[in-house]
Design a protein around this ligand. Structure first.
Ligand SMILES: *Cc1c(COP(=O)(O)O)cnc(C)c1O
Length: 334
């Protein structure tokens, strides 16, 4: 694939590691070999997947002459933290619109990502009710800032448009190059599926390099078919942007929704188990909202025998560990 046509800032120093997980593999019975792609170790304050997307989104913003970034997210948004992080680094103003998806969940003095927004010097935080039209809220903010003489650029939630998803097509190619180099024959890839750019970008990128590795998403909020349609639509747009031949077929987009629990960001028993299990076997920190629920899915699928014996499964670790500090009570109650 050719990514050189697109405006981009280079935030990665090199590929993120792919590691075998011997202790977790053994603890789950040795039938399936588990590997991990460590996108939790990406650069940007406290790491995580949005850095890959922001290479292209902030690249686009700078190419368009922006001096101000506006984005949105949930109250403990990793995307908002990383957008604030790269904005600080680039000398851009950053304004956040936070959606209180769980009533009463926004606390001005909260720990985790919320504290980091402040530390990273965001210019403003507006908190709006769950279910608000976030694009309308961001447009309103952009109008205000433009009137004040600024040149604002809006990055959608999770940086999940075709521009941001391009960062995960890059990740797919990087992953395939590493697997070839390491001679690891992966049979299945598991990714968290939220605002969908990660999942869509991985599918497009793996198609673009002809990898023939099935990818499944583990949902963090929506029902299966709703999420699959969102991922599919974004994958089609991204494939078109990148000129990936042959297109993407609907059947390639597969999501599991059994691990969402009561809703987005709300803890589940299997998430707590997965986060604790990864910490105590591999000393890898997951998060309560995304990678913890995705890992709960991975663990359950292995236990249920979903993957044939002797399969090699790669888990994409998208980061998010700062959110753990906003959930300490959940873990201490268990
Ligand atoms: C945003 C996020 C995801 C989900 O990625 P999407 O591209 O939004 O689907 C997964 N894990 C973490 C830690 C995230 O912050």
């Amino acid at each position: 694939m050719n990514f050189t046509k697109f405006p981009r800032r280079k935030y990665l120093q090199g590929p993120t590691p792919i590691e075998f997980l011997p202790a977790l593999t053994k603890a789950l019975g040795n039938d399936v070999k588990l590997y991990i792609k460590r996108d939790d170790l990406l650069p940007g304050a406290a790491g995580g997947n949005k850095t890959r997307k922001l290479e292209f989104c902030i690249g686009d913003a700078l190419a368009k002459g922006a001096d101000t970034i506006i984005t949105c997210g949930a109250v403990q948004s990793n995307h908002a933290r990383l957008t604030a992080s790269w904005s600080a680094k680039e000398g851009l103003d950053c304004h956040l619109i936070l959606e209180e998806r769980v009533k009463g969940s926004y606390k001005e003095n909260a720990s985790g990502n919320n504290f980091l927004f402040e530390l990273l010097g965001v210019k403003s935080i507006d908190v709006v009710q769950g279910g608000s039209d976030m694009m309308a809220q961001m447009n309103k903010k952009a109008d205000e800032l433009a009137t004040a003489g600024k040149k604002p650029y809006i990055i959608p939630g999770g940086a999940s448009n075709a521009i941001g998803a391009t960062g995960y097509a890059v990740c797919a190619e990087e992953t395939m190059n590493q697997l070839n180099e390491m001679c690891i024959d992966i049979d299945h890839i598991i990714v968290p599926s939220g605002s969908a750019g990660t999942h869509a970008g991985m599918v497009v990128g793996m198609t673009g390099v002809n990898a023939n590795i099935p990818i499944s998403g583990v949902n963090v909020s929506r029902p299966k078919t709703v999420q699959e349609e969102i991922v599919y639509k974004l994958a089609l747009e991204t494939a078109q942007r990148l000129g990936v031949k042959g297109g993407i077929s609907r059947e390639e987009i597969v999501c599991f929704d059994e691990y969402v629990g009561p809703g987005y960001s709300l803890p589940t028993k299997s998430m707590v188990e997965a986060v604790t299990f990864f910490a105590r076997t591999e000393a890898i920190l997951l998060d309560p909202v995304y990678s913890g629920k995705a890992a709960a899915g991975l663990i359950d699928l292995v236990r249920k025998g979903h993957f044939p014996k002797n399969s090699n499964v790669l888990f994409l670790h998208t980061g998010g560990s700062p959110a753990l500090y906003a959930y300490m009570d959940t873990f201490r109650q268990e």
